[in-house]
Design a protein around this ligand. Structure first.
Ligand SMILES: [Fe+2]
Length: 208
C-alpha cells in the first residue's frame, strides 16, 4: 500500500463508469480526489511542519497506525486521524469498482458461509451494524487472529488495524460518502455499495 512520506494519492484503481447506477461516478470521483486526497495533503503538511514528527518519515501508513505509541503524544490524535483517513479510504476504494460477478468469489463465499451461515446473512449483519454507527465512522469485515470472520465498527477514522485484526472489506459511513445521492438513507447506500464490491480485491485481502 501507500509508501513512505511524502504520501502520494494513487490514481483511482477502477473505472468510475463501472459504479453506475449503484454509486454516482461524479460523487465518487469527488470523494476520492477531494476528501481522500485531502488527508494526504494534511498529513504531509503536518509532518513537514513539525520536526518532532520527522521520525514518521520512514514509516508507511500501516506502520504508523500499528505503532501509535511511537508518535509524539502531542500530535498522536491528529496523526492517527489523518493516517486512519488515508488507510480506511484505501481499503474502501480498493474494494469497490466491480470487475465481474456480483457474487463473492468461491474462497470468500466459503469463508463467509462458514462464519455467517450464508452470504445473505453476512450482508444483513454488515448492514445492521452499519446502521448502528452514530455520526461518522466505518463498518468492517475483518479476519481475527484465529481466522474467523467478524464485523467491526470504528468511529471517525479509527481503524481495526490498530487492534491487530486484518481488515478485509469496509464501507465508509461518513455522510460525505452518501449524502449527495442517498440523502440520509444509509441503508439504501449500503445495499448499493454491495452491488459494486470488487470481490477479487476482497479475496486478495483475505489471502494476504
Ligand atoms: Fe470518506
Amino acid at each position: 500500500m501507500i509508501e513512505t512520506y511524502p504520501f502520494v494519492l494513487p490514481g483511482i484503481p477502477f473505472d468510475l463508469n463501472r459504479l453506475a447506477p449503484n454509486l454516482n461516478p461524479r460523487s465518487v470521483r469527488n470523494h476520492y480526489y477531494n476528501i481522500y486526497g485531502n488527508y494526504f495533503k494534511r498529513l504531509n503538511e503536518m509532518i513537514s511542519a513539525n520536526e518532532n514528527l520527522y521520525c514518521l518519515k520512514d514509516k508507511t501508513i500501516k506502520e504508523i497506525l500499528t505503532v501509535p505509541w511511537e508518535i509524539p503524544t502531542e500530535h498522536r490524535t491528529d496523526v492517527m486521524h489523518l493516517a486512519g483517513g488515508i488507510y480506511n479510504h484505501y481499503v474502501y476504494f480498493k474494494c469497490i469498482g466491480r470487475t465481474g460477478d456480483a457474487l463473492p468469489t468461491a474462497k470468500v463465499r466459503c469463508w463467509l458461509n462458514e462464519h455467517f451461515g450464508s452470504v445473505e446473512n453476512f450482508k444483513n449483519t454488515f448492514l445492521q451494524a452499519a446502521k448502528k454507527v452514530n455520526g461518522s465512522g466505518w463498518v468492517w469485515l475483518v479476519k481475527t487472529h484465529d481466522g474467523r470472520a467478524a464485523i467491526a465498527l470504528s468511529r471517525n477514522h479509527e481503524t481495526p488495524l490498530t487492534h491487530g485484526v486484518m481488515p478485509i472489506l469496509c464501507c465508509d459511513v461518513w455522510e460525505h460518502a452518501y449524502f449527495c445521492n442517498f440523502n440520509t438513507e444509509r441503508e439504501k447506500y449500503i445495499r448499493s455499495f454491495f452491488g459494486v464490491v470488487n470481490w477479487k480485491a476482497v479475496e486478495a485481502n483475505l489471502m494476504g
